[in-house]
Every structure is written in structure tokens, then in C-alpha cells.
Design a protein around this ligand. Structure first.
Ligand code: ADP
Length: 413
């Protein structure tokens, strides 16, 4: 099976380190050498084409590799190098002179387990003494077998069978326990029961590493209960706010239809305040004229205003004198108006090459849903290009953008 892996995503957003254990100094590294890896492991890292650690790697690895071992709950977006980070930690912790399982890694699916194993195999290319076993469907081992592999990567059901039910290895000798996609793994709807049963058999000295791109509030709370004194690495709120913002798209055929869509949305939902993003100043002023004519109180903020004028416009908006603010990208970042419950992308955000500008999208829709409040983001899609951008954004963040039938908009309430 071939799994296509995406390239490393640079996370531009900052991460925040919540240090729980005051005794553990935190430092970050800018090179792989600074981690003092085993030479053959370092060789493997370079052979994979990694020149320097990614953000999550530079932050997490020194702690993961430090002695005494530290527990960690870490969050970073997909494609930022989490897998490579914990795999490197797993390989470093193995003592290949002892022929029994020492490291367990749990993944939610067969495919992910295989994918992680493939990363481990590649990274350990120059460490042939390290043996790896998959505990996944299709792998059958006769009862009574004692595993001699150092690392076992698998899904919860099989791992539970092998480690706990059939005693194919000694759970009390596990030094490192990795939970990948930790949020689904310990969510009650997910694999919680099985993971907890495995977790219960681990020795107290076992180092726990939880990695995920997202953590719901409940999941994080629960993680902190089962992981003693963790170092917690989280994304900043800006990034997390996606969770409480419902995202939709509306199919339109023309600017006129986009305009009608906005009017319909207004007709059916009670809106605190709204910000509408347009690609150009021209569209922004066209739209504001139309909306004003129809009796909406609208403000426009675009690049040609002086700084003082901008502040004046914003102050009026904050004070609620206008309910709608129409703007271009000048406003995608930073402003914080608490009552904004709706963000409309009249035009999808794109970069110079007309590709999806995911970062701007995040900042735009982050204008609503501040401080965990609920918000709605609606994307008006009027071309195949806009649809492509919408799909790209959806897959980039791994969050569904739902089709909204504007004639039947009660569903968004
Ligand atoms: P995640 O687990 O966060 O989704 P991965 O560890 O799978 O991220 O990394 C994403 C992609 O980036 C993979 O193709 C991986 O090989 C590559 N990658 C990871 N770390 C680095 C690095 N330090 N330098 C270059 N590429 C990297």
C-alpha cells in the first residue's frame, strides 16, 4: 500500500508552552545535531532529507529526549512534523540489546499505524538492530509467542489483545507510550475504553507522549488526568477558534447572486454584527452602495483610508453604529470586535498565484468566534476556481465546510 505523504507545512503561528512541571527546564534546538542523537539515527534523519527541525520538533524534541523522561501532551497542525518528532523519540529510547517490546505507539487506524511504521523504518535505516512489529488487523502471531521486537505500532484493539489479553509482551517493561491522534483516541466516541485499558497496565515510570492536531476541551481535560505532570504544547487560541466557528459555503452564479445570498442570510439569522471580506476595493464599494440602498447600515474600510479614518470607522463599528463592515484584506488580522457573529467571504482569499490563502482565511474567520464564542463563516462560491479554493481550505484545516442551501437556511441557526 502506498500512502501519499504531504510535504512539511511550515507553521507560522506560534505555539504556546504551558509548563506544568516547574523542575523541567525547557529549551529549543535549531539543529538536529544539538539533540545529541545516536550517530546512526542522525544519519537516518538526514537521509530522509530533513535539514533542520520543524517548529514542533525544535520545541518538543529536547524535552522528549531529556532525562529523566518527561510526559508530554502536544498539539500542532497536520503536516508540521509531529510523526517524525515522536518517531525520533521512540527510536532514541529503545535499548536494542534487550529483545522485548519497550515502546508502544497507538494509532486510530490501520493506515496510520502503517504510515507511522514506515516513517520509523526509514528513520532507522542505519539502525538495523532496532526491530519493529505492527499490531494491526491481518498480523497473526501464534498464541504463546513472546515478541522480541523493540517497538510495537498498532491499533488499540490488536494492541490490547497482544499486550493485555494474550500476554505476548510484558506491559510492565514499556518505557514509552505514544498516542497519535490523541484526541480521537481518548474521546469517548473514539477508542477511549481500549486505550484506557492499555494505559492502565503501563508502569508509572513509562514516558507518555500524546500528539494531536486538535484537542477538544473535554479531551484535553481528560488527557491531563491520565498523563502525570505533562509538559503541554498547544497552539494559540487563534488557531483553535476554528472549532467554534461553523463554516459554510453557498453556491452563487454571479455577484448579483452573491448579494442576494447575503440578503437571504440576513433574513433568516439574527446577526450581532458582520464583517464581509472582498477581494478588491471596487467590489467593496459596489457592495456597500447596494446594501446601503437597501437600507442596511454599512461601513467600509479599505486601504485608501488614512489611519485616522480607519480608526474612526472601526470605532463606529465597535460602538454598534453600523452592523455591517465591508472590507478588504486590510482587516483580516488583529481586530477584535466581540459582537461579530458572522464573517462572509464575498470573495475567497487567494494569494498571488490564485491559490487558496489558508492563513488569511483563518485570520478572516477568526474575526468571529472570539474567546470561544460561537460564530458563523460563510463563503460565497461563484466559480470553479472559488470552489477549488474552498476545497483546498477545507482539507488544509481538516474541518468540514458545509454546503448551505440559502433557501433553507434554518439549518445554520
Ligand atoms: P504530522 O505528523 O504533523 O502530520 P509529519 O511528521 O508526517 O507531520 O511530517 C509531514 C511531512 O513533512 C512528511 O512528509 C515528513 O517527511 C516531512 N518532515 C517532517 N519533519 C521534517 C523536517 N524536519 N524537515 C523536512 N521535512 C520534514
Amino acid at each position: 500500500m502506498k500512502i501519499i505523504r504531504q510535504g512539511l507545512v511550515e507553521s507560522k503561528l506560534d505555539i504556546e508552552i504551558q509548563r506544568k512541571d516547574p523542575n523541567s527546564p525547557l529549551y529549543s534546538v535549531k539543529t538536529f545535531e544539538a539533540l545529541h542523537l545516536k550517530p546512526n539515527l542522525l544519519k537516518g534523519v538526514y537521509a530522509m532529507g530533513f535539514n533542520a527541525p520543524s517548529k514542533i520538533q525544535e520545541t518538543a524534541l529536547p524535552t522528549l529526549l531529556a532525562d529523566p523522561p518527561q510526559n508530554m501532551i502536544a498539539q500542532s497542525q497536520s503536516g508540521t512534523g509531529k510523526t517524525a518528532a515522536f518517531v525520533l523519540a521512540m527510536l532514541t529510547r529503545v535499548d536494542p540489546t534487550k529483545n522485548y517490546p519497550q515502546v508502544l505507539c497507538l494509532s486510530p487506524t490501520y493506515e496510520l499505524a502503517i504510515q507511522t511504521g514506515e516513517v520509523a523504518a526509514k528513520m532507522a535505516k542505519f539502525c538495523p538492530e532496532i526491530k519493529l512489529k505492527y499490531a494491526v488487523r491481518g498480523e497473526e502471531v501464534p498464541r504463546g509467542t513472546k515478541l522480541t521486537d523493540h517497538i510495537v505500532i498498532g491499533t488499540p484493539g490488536k494492541m490490547l489483545d497482544w499486550g493485555v489479553k494474550f500476554g505476548m509482551f510484558d506491559m510492565s517493561k514499556i518505557k514509552v507510550f505514544v498516542l497519535d491522534e490523541a484526541d480521537v483516541m481518548i474521546d469517548r466516541q473514539g477508542h477511549q475504553d481500549q486505550c484506557i485499558r492499555i494505559h492502565k497496565c503501563l508502569p508509572t515510570t513509562c514516558q507518555m507522549m500524546f500528539f494531536s492536531a486538535t484537542y477538544g476541551a473535554n479531551v484535553m481535560e481528560f488527557a491531563e488526568v491520565i498523563v502525570p505532570n505533562p509538559i503541554i504544547i498547544r497552539l494559540l487560541r487563534e488557531e483553535e477558534s476554528l472549532d467554534n466557528i461553523k463554516q459554510y459555503y453557498v453556491k452563487c452564479k454571479s455577484p448579483e447572486e452573491k448579494y442576494r445570498a447575503i440578503c437571504n442570510i440576513y433574513g433568516v439569522i439574527t446577526i450581532g454584527q458582520a464583517i464581509i471580506f472582498c477581494h478588491t476595493r471596487k467590489t467593496a464599494s459596489w457592495l456597500s452602495e447596494k446594501m446601503s440602498k437597501d437600507g442596511h447600515s454599512v461601513a467600509v474600510l479599505s486601504g485608501e483610508l488614512t489611519v485616522d479614518q480607519r480608526i474612526a470607522v472601526l470605532d463606529r463599528f465597535r460602538a454598534g453604529l453600523e452592523k455591517v463592515l465591508i472590507t478588504t484584506n486590510v482587516l483580516s488580522r488583529g481586530i477584535d470586535v466581540e459582537q461579530v457573529t458572522l464573517v462572509v467571504n464575498f470573495d475567497m482569499p487567494m494569494d498571488m498565484d490564485k491559490k487558496a490563502d489558508c492563513e488569511t482565511y483563518l485570520h478572516r474567520i477568526g474575526r468571529t468566534g472570539r474567546f470561544g464564542k460561537a460564530g458563523i463563516a460563510i463563503n460565497l462560491v461563484d466559480s470553479t476556481q472559488a470552489m477549488d479554493i474552498c476545497k483546498e481550505i477545507e482539507s488544509h484545516f481538516g474541518k468540514k465546510i458545509q454546503l448551505l442551501d440559502i433557501e433553507d437556511a434554518e439549518e445554520i441557526e
